[in-house]
Ligand binder design. Structure first.
Ligand code: ATP
Ligand code: MG
Length: 194
């Protein structure tokens, strides 16, 4: 047993940085849904390290971005705990609105990574121009596993719970999130007609 353990440690210590594939998943996660969870499962299989960047971290209380970075942090960490995924970094990242330095901004906020998972064309471009490997994950059940679709369903009173991990629905209920989104939507219509 001791020999096996020391062999494993040796293998780990000779593994150079070059061989590592530490992966970054970027998203706003408004809210974190089952499509995101599928991507996380895939990354957990394919990568050495999993880093999740919570984008637009400074924005909350709008219809497009109803939840705070802290609330999204809670949704993701509870969902991954439920999933048995324990080893990951979860990092809030604020927008800087200057694409030319976006990659270095992200790099300064998260642990080192070699590969980025995204389907966003601009994010793809910026990271591949900066020399990163970019992986587009397949879209799982996109007609339902979509933040926009889930928020619309919350407003309309349609079922949304089956499109998010159970832990995410619990967090949303605990902060009265559906009521918040409905009121934000109504307020948006009011502002527009102001
Ligand atoms: P919104 O509609 O609010 O933009 P979203 O569902 O697109 O929400 P994001 O937080 O914008 O979620 O996306 C984060 C990342 O997850 C993006 O790269 C996006 O392409 C990916 N993603 C979103 N939905 C799915 C899905 N159903 N399957 C696989 N990847 C997804
Ligand atoms: Mg999106």
């Amino acid at each position: 047993m001791a020999t096996v353990l020391s062999l494993q440690l040796d293998k780990r210590s000779v593994m150079s940085d070059f061989e590592r594939v530490d992966c970054l998943l970027l998203g706003r996660f408004q809210p974190f849904h089952l499509g995101h969870l599928e991507v996380v499962r895939k990354i957990a299989k394919e990568c050495d390290e999993l880093i999740i960047g919570i984008g637009s971290a400074q924005i909350s209380h709008t219809f497009e971005n109803p939840f705070t970075a802290g609330e999204r942090h809670l949704m993701i960490s509870r969902a991954l705990r439920e999933e048995g995924i324990k080893d990951y970094f979860l990092v809030p990242i604020v927008d800087i609105n200057q694409y030319g330095i976006w990659v270095s901004h992200v790099r300064s906020m998260v642990p080192p990574f070699q590969r980025v998972y995204t389907n966003n064309p601009l994010t793809k471009r910026l990271f591949s121009e900066a020399g990163y490997e970019v992986s587009a994950s397949p879209l799982f059940n996109r007609s339902h596993y979509s933040g926009t679709e889930i928020r619309k369903r919350m407003v309309a009173g349609d079922d949304w719970r089956r499109f998010v991990p159970r832990a995410v629905a619990e967090v949303i209920d605990s902060i009265d999130g559906v009521k918040r989104i409905r009121e934000l939507m109504a307020q948006g219509e009011w502002d527009a007609g102001d």
